[in-house]
Design a protein around this ligand. Structure first.
Ligand code: AMP
Ligand code: MG
Length: 576
């Protein structure tokens, strides 16, 4: 094995650096930023101006302003997103920039709109959905030369609000704000979040869908992405046979966001679909790598850019369970559980393929695109697993069984996915690569000590009962032997380098800190009491999810037992 075989694979993303202070661009007040409105300018808008819920036809959006709120106040701000946009943190929690972010002020140059889209929800065509509470304010010219959309979620009613109120509660807004940023620092493609503003108004929600609605604090998140276009934007146009508008939207998205594919043509549309399939395959492999479960993979929540979007009742695997879903609405069917995410993504892409059929002359090209999804996911997931296990590849005889036995083992007793994989880094593999064992007897650890390395990953004592413990030890011994095969294949002279590179690869594939649901809940409860310290601490720690961080160990531990069944800490409803 050469050194190049040892470098981390392409599936482990470059984790973005938190900007160096010296590199910071000049930051301007939001009110002085340069805005653009290409979506509005280039695409057909709704000819009707009424802001009442209704079916919209022959349009990609409706122009609508946010509905002002009583007392907008800034609760949280993501400095790195501000820097990306060239916007400075508002000096005060109230004042003009916060009025913009709360929807009370539309700046000159902004042309706010709600997008029209439809979607398949839980496997069924749901007709028109659209931005029922999200309003894109404008696009902003960023210091890196790119344009990004600023979108307020919870900004009031639009023609797409159906019977709902156009608002969002603080708890779901905190969850979206925190998770978008956590995912970014994990290296998972995602929309971002700039600000979290409370509205000074209450919003009534039946959080448990049990007939007990309550008034909760309202909030608005300002989301940021190059585009919020979803599969559903195309589906609604295809469903209504608005094929000219469909083509215009496709051309706009390709020219703006996929210029490398060339001028729009039937062949370009096919390549574009293939690229969406590729990005979606990579995205889902990344979700699986970090144990993220989206929870509501309806086609209206699938980004055309391959970003994670619409953070609702998402969750992180604590006990490893392929069947686990964080969404209580999905508890029966488990359509959107952890292990189903790849097949659901493919099903959604198939719906997108149908929507794009009128653009592509050669329908077989769409089939090929779907095949690219399968290949991309398959390869990315295998490479990811190899990275997580610290193996050069999963191409060795017996590797598939090693992996499936591991999943069985983790599923048999409640095993924390994050802690288990991170814990594997401590398993000594012998020889010069032994960094955790006894230096006098390198590589050898007795059974008890070996199992003890992973003790923190288990939620119940059952894991340490004789049968289960011997299964774990048996698996670990096979794993060690397998890693040794890689070590032997590596150049002997480079044994130390082999060990270092292997551990580095594992470190980058196995986060130490993830946004466990109970942590978001703690941030919410503190903010409800006016205390921002919890959210601020989480934001800082989650900027470096792969690093050891002194003094933050408790945030890298198992979910505490009190959080097991506490509302908001495990499963959630869609109420938001
Ligand atoms: P979601 O489940 O959040 O992805 O939303 C599905 C659809 O319902 C989208 O069209 C949303 O805009 C709409 N929606 C969700 N919550 C609200 C709300 N409070 N007011 C208006 N529309 C909403
Ligand atoms: Mg949605």
């Amino acid at each position: 094995m050469t050194q190049s075989n040892l470098k981390h694979s392409d599936t482990v993303p470059e984790v973005p650096d938190v900007a160096d202070v010296a590199d910071l661009p000049e930051l301007a007040d939001l009110c002085d930023a340069q805005f653009d409105n290409s979506f509005v300018r280039e695409l057909p808008g709704d000819p009707v101006a009424h802001n009442v819920p209704r079916a919209v036809r022959d349009a990609c959006y409706t122009r609508v302003n946010p509905t002002p709120v009583r007392a907008p106040q800034l609760l949280a701000w993501a400095d790195p997103v501000g820097e990306l946009l060239g916007i400075s943190r508002p000096e005060s929690p109230v004042g003009p920039p916060v009025e913009v972010l709360g929807g009370n002020r539309v700046l000159p140059g902004m042309q706010p709109y709600a997008a029209r889209y439809g979607g398949h929800q839980f496997g069924h065509w749901a007709g028109q959905l659209g931005d029922g509470r999200a309003i894109t304010l404008s696009e902003i010219h960023c210091p890196d030369g790119k344009r990004r959309e600023l979108q307020l979620k919870g900004a009031g009613k639009t023609p797409y609000s159906r019977t709902a109120d156009g608002r969002a509660v603080l708890r779901s807004s905190v969850r979206e704000f925190l998770c978008s940023e956590a995912m970014h620092y994990l290296g998972v493609p995602t929309t971002r979040a700039l600000s979290l503003v409370t509205t000074g108004e209450t919003v009534v929600r039946d959080m448990f869908y049990d007939g007990h609605p309550k008034a909760e604090m309202g909030a608005i998140v300002c989301r940021v992405a190059p585009s919020f276009v979803r599969f559903g934007n195309f589906e609604i146009l295809a469903a209504h046979r608005e094929l000219e508008t469909l083509k215009r939207l496709a051309d706009y998205v390709i020219c703006e966001h996929f210029p490398e594919l060339g001028a729009p043509s039937p062949a370009t549309y096919a390549r574009w679909f293939e690229e969406i399939c590729r990005r979606t395959g990579t995205l889902v492999a990344q979700w699986m790598r970090v144990g993220f479960v989206h929870g509501v993979m309806n086609t209206d929540n699938m980004s055309i850019l391959g970003l994670t979007m619409d953070y609702g009742p998402y969750g992180w695997l604590e006990g490893f369970d392929l069947q686990w879903t964080p969404n209580t609405t999905d508890a029966q069917g488990r359509r959107y559980c952890f292990g189903n995410q790849p097949q659901i993504a493919e099903w959604n892409l198939t719906r997108l393929a149908s929507a794009l059929a009128s653009l592509v002359e050669d329908q077989a090209a769409l089939e090929r695109g779907l095949a690219v999804f399968g290949e991309t996911f398959h390869n990315a997931w295998r490479e990811t697993l190899a990275d997580k296990l610290g193996l050069a590849s999963l191409g060795h005889e017996g590797d598939d069984i090693l992996v499936s036995d591991l999943f069985d083992l983790m599923q048999q007793v409640e095993t924390d996915m994050t802690l288990f994989f991170r814990g594997l880094m401590a398993v000594p593999i012998g020889d010069a690569t032994d960094h955790a064992g006894n230096p006098d007897n390198p590589g050898h650890m007795d059974d008890g000590a070996l199992a003890g390395l992973l003790r923190r990953a288990f939620y119940t004592e059952q894991a340490f009962e004789a049968t289960q413990s011997s299964r774990l030890i048996g698996w670990l011994r096979r794993y060690i032997a397998r890693v040794r095969l890689d070590a032997e294949a590596a150049d002997k002279v480079n044994a130390v380098e082999f060990a270092n590179l292997r551990l580095e690869r594992m470190r980058r594939a196995n986060p130490k800190y993830v946004l466990r649901n109970y942590m978001a809940q703690q941030a919410i409860e503190a903010l409800e009491q006016g205390d921002a310290t919890v959210i601020t601490r989480l934001m800082e720690v989650l900027k470096h999810p792969y690093d050891e961080q002194l003094g933050q160990e408790e945030l890298a531990d198992r979910r505490p037992e009190w959080a097991r069944n506490k509302a908001g800490c495990s499963a959630l409803s869609c109420s938001s």
